[in-house]
Write a protein that binds this ligand. Structure first.
Ligand SMILES: NC(=O)c1ccc[n+]([C@@H]2O[C@H](COP(=O)([O-])OP(=O)(O)OC[C@H]3O[C@@H](n4cnc5c(N)ncnc54)[C@H](O)[C@@H]3O)[C@@H](O)[C@H]2O)c1
Ligand SMILES: O=C(O)C(=O)C[C@]1(C(=O)O)C=C[C@@H](O)C=C1
Length: 306
């Protein structure tokens, strides 16, 4: 593949930025990748492992002359970064992000985007429970979706280039409206994470009662919950605070269904349980038949392993 952007700047040097840099390098998609992270320790690590071509000591320096700037920081930090870099963005550049929620990012960043800069929020639906500059890997986005989520009309050429970049990094690309994105992700990602955090918290409380048996004999299903519940606290705090309405709506529905299942167990209503589990099993089988099973051998584990 050939170079799509002469210069790409990544702000925030963690799992997603690191994976983007490695994925761009794999196919030669960017002439030069610059990077900036707030902590000196992260910048030093990024320099030591050669995560990007040039690590800068300020966000302004990193974005100077960049054709594409991608904000790869927790959602709650997006606005401060946007304010910091706005005066330094090149006219004609594209500004994007990878935040897990989109309405909040658009509202926080949008007002600071200078005239002549194309703002195209994005969200790669790929990640792991790991974070930081050493957690990235080039294959993270292979065969995963990346959603482009612009608000209103956006320059066709800018959109086409960003699409090409994500495709070059291995992803399938689709477009979605911001509010719809947040509702869909509340169902498929945000509420499931909260449920995993809760389940592991409950087990931890029990551990004090059963003296570590819960962990020692944890079955595969529970281990999967612990993997999810090991995800970065800052990132997920920001996700829930920035997608309140949709997450609370889905959790409300979840609670209703949970109560119905609880009642079925208490009253011995086996038919209810059997029918419910048959329905959910059919969903899983439908996903596999549609070729969307994401349990590829190294999915979500990458070089970090489990
Ligand atoms: N981890 C996932 O599974 C995943 C998947 C898709 C999207 N995302 C989204 O991508 C973004 C980054 O997530 P990540 O997993 O790469 O996180 P990460 O914790 O691995 O990396 C975040 C980086 O941002 C830096 N940072 C934090 N605040 C900053 C600030 N104010 N200025 C400059 N740098 C700052 C941190 O030092 C770190 O280098 C988040 O918005 C997250 O919601 C995460
Ligand atoms: O596999 C994981 O560890 C993830 O949680 C990745 C996951 C997801 O829920 O699918 C998490 C948050 C993102 O915004 C996108 C992807």
């Amino acid at each position: 593949m050939s170079v799509i952007y002469d210069r790409v700047a990544l702000i925030g040097l963690g799992l997603i930025a690191g994976s983007m840099s490695l994925a761009m390098r794999r196919r030669g998609l960017a002439g030069e990748v610059t990077g900036y992270a707030r902590s000196a320790e992260t910048r030093d690590t990024a320099r030591r492992i050669g995560l990007v071509d040039r690590v800068c000591d300020s966000a302004a320096e990193a974005v100077e002359g960049a054709d594409l700037v991608v904000l790869c920081v927790p959602v709650g930090a997006m606005e401060a970064v946007a304010v910091d870099i706005a005066p330094h963005l090149k006219t004609g550049a594209t500004l994007s992000d990878v935040g897990s929620t989109k309405r909040a990012v658009i509202d926080a960043v949008g007002p600071h985007v200078p005239q002549g800069v194309h703002f195209i929020p994005a969200h790669p639906l790929a990640g792991t429970e790991h974070s930081g500059p050493e957690s990235g890997f080039a294959k993270l986005f292979d065969n995963r979706w990346c959603l482009l989520v612009p608000e209103g009309g956006v320059d066709d050429a800018a959109m086409a280039n960003l699409r090409l970049l994500w495709e070059g990094m291995g992803a399938h690309v689709d477009q979605m409206e911001p509010d719809h994105h947040d509702l869909v992700l509340a169902v498929t990602s945000h509420a499931p994470h909260l449920i995993a955090y809760t389940m592991v918290g409950v087990a931890d409380d029990l551990r004090r009662v059963t003296d570590s048996e819960v962990i020692k004999y944890s079955a595969a299903g529970f281990r999967d919950f612990t993997r999810i519940a090991a995800s970065d606290p800052t990132m997920w705090r920001d996700v829930f605070l920035s997608n309140k309405d949709a997450t609370l709506e889905i959790l409300g529905r979840f609670t209703e269904e949970l109560f119905a299942l609880q009642r079925a167990i208490r009253t011995g209503d086996g038919d209810h349980l059997f029918d419910y589990f048959s329905r959910t099993r059919a969903i899983r089988r439908g996903i596999i038949e549609a070729g969307q099973d994401t349990d590829a051998p190294d999915f979500g584990r990458g070089k970090q392993g489990e």
